[in-house]
Design a protein around this ligand. Sequence first.
Ligand SMILES: Nc1ncnc2c1ncn2[C@@H]1O[C@H](COP(=O)(O)OP(=O)(O)OP(=O)(O)O)[C@@H](O)[C@H]1O
Length: 744
Amino acid sequence: MTQVLPRVTGDPSEHPDMPYEQAYISRAYQLLDRGLATAEHTYNTYDELNRSTASALKRSLEILKNARGAGQLVVGRMDRDGETLYVGVRRVHDEHKDLVVASWHAPAVVPYYEATPQDPQGIELKRVFVEEDRVLKSVVDEIVSRAAADVTDPDATAPSSVSDALLNELDRSRDGAMREVVATIQSEQFRIIRAERDVVLVVQGGPGTGKTVVGLHRAAYLAFNDEKLRREGMLVVAPNQAFLSYISGVLPSLDASDILQIDLASLYTGEAGVVATEDVDVARIKGSAAMVTVLRRALQARTGWGSGNLEFSLGGARTTLPGSRIQELIADVERRNLPHNRAREVLRQSLSAAAYEAYRTAQNAAGRAVIATESSIRRLSTFTNALDRMWPSFTPEDLLRSLYGTQSWLVYVTEGVLSADERALLYREPRENISEEPWTVSDLFCLDELAHRLNGELRTYGHIVVDEAQDLSPMQARALARRCPSGSFTVLGDLAQATGPWVRDSWDELTDHLASTEVRVETLSIGYRVPGPVLDLAARLLPLISPGLTAPRSVRQGAGEPSVHLDDVVPDVDRAIELAAEDVRAGLTTALIVPDDRYDECVRRCRSAGLSVGDGRDGDFASDLTVVPATAAKGLEFDSVVLLRPTQVVGASIDGRRVLYVAMTRCTQQLRLVEEDQLPEGLRHLLPPTEADDELDVLEWDQAPDAELDRIIRLLAELSPEDLELVGSLVRRLSSKDGNHQRD
Ligand SMILES: Nc1ncnc2c1ncn2[C@@H]1O[C@H](COP(=O)(O)OP(=O)(O)OP(=O)(O)O)[C@@H](O)[C@H]1O
């Protein structure tokens, strides 16, 4: 067994093997350049008629060009079983087709990522490179066996659990776009990246534990190693456009541009788009599984035929199709379980055949000539009107709009599944013109459900990665399920960060709607984004929002303790803008996160203060300063965050504490809180002590000073997971009552 020595420390920029490794890396780049030149030449001279070869060539050209452009080509080296393997963002071979650099997702590379100094998996040397513009900047030996250590650095000291390469990468200033992290993937992350794909894999983890990064690298990994999956196609679903624009560069930089990335609302490709918002109570009903029954019944209620006969006249002859025969035809079609509009076509044919048969029989019986044809019957307005009555054709928008606007229809379809109050929330007056309907996000998923029932045709995928999944409604989960018949999902999220109508205690309720395949929950426990002191502060909110969950351990300090700026003299916005401008001048990408209803005011004030500011609501992260409404901060990250009026953020909605938890965990370096004179529960220990505090002997939960909160947190930590869950539900119930009171 390999005897492991601690990893080599010392100055990584002066590693003794630096010249050798630099030469190796330079050669890899030369081969890449040569490959590019050859591919370019072949492409330019290629017979245009052979399209598939030409497009394959074009694609490899793009890959080579990317590889030569940004980022790092070779990320490290592994010596194992006497063989050396260089690992890179993509494969490079020499003129004899011998491997020079293996790509990070090749099976042989697995130990490189999964071995640790404690569990070296036979690795004699694991070496990590940091390279910039083709120049090697540092070499760190993370795992060194005794034999290898003898020839490198005899001053090996104790290993640390986090590599320098990772810390350097994490300290890099953010530029508004997420990047690939092939050079620094950690072993707990890599295990998830390559986990088998025939399951619903839930990746639960606190803020900044790398869920998004892991999900994107997993998508690229699976696509690379699974040809069937490449053929079936893969889909990455982001919660909104802003988030999508933040992450959309990662897959192309991993040569995985074939994987489609969209935002959740774009799953629905029908006519309606989101133009309105609605109350949480309404969204909760429209997103609930009860809507499946409601919409199914809505459609069923519009099909069928009473007992009356169908009479039509052809060339002066009257023919009757008995009502009982029509009912039989309808029952036949219903049994086939076809999408509604296809079923209509089948019914149209069987109905015209039956009508023709009735006509022919009547003509023969009367000794008259049979002159009409089946198609002339289909053209009769009596026929088409009758068909429209028994099986109307709809678009999803037509149907949903008239359902929302027809009280009697709503009463019928919601019977037993929604209360009268809930039903009342569904009603809305139809706009005069369908193009003016105030469609909301949750409407879109009702429309998607209807579109599927009506038309049945959908583009499907072999695997779907869905991010910020804790917020998905059952109806949204069903929309994803329809698009992934194999039930193979990667579900990324954090139950503690759930906001909006779908706050839940466990993943089961959601995964039940996604697939019937096995569900596996993996937890990421190390925080890579948020500095320890900031995470510690945010964690004080956890017992109030998700008592069953613990905060991740952070790997870094950042700029230290969060600062609080209390000032009831200078207007709060001015103070916040001043702090944000200070951070921008210090070279930090900065977000000014603000209560939603103060967003426009803050953007305006930033601009009039002469600051160039990005519109975080629309995913414009190109400026050094971005203003972000608190409810749109999910998933984003910045070097510095200035958070305006946490108390207002908390007070704005029932899930305000969760919104605050998310907003507080967006920074990689520092957090500043700007308030007038109060702080929300959980953070009040940051307030300067007042005399009144000493006089409190009976404590109300709401006014509990933080010493008391600490005691409660310690008590909670001693509870069993089941008891914690109980307490959690109780707290949620109480806080939602609280919220109701406030709204009342
Ligand atoms: N192995 C890694 N190497 C380098 N950077 C990493 C690594 N893992 C995570 N990071 C960085 O940590 C930050 C947080 O990652 P990410 O956004 O994926 O976390 P998350 O768990 O999805 O966060 P949130 O819960 O806020 O959505 C990102 O900047 C990401 O690039």
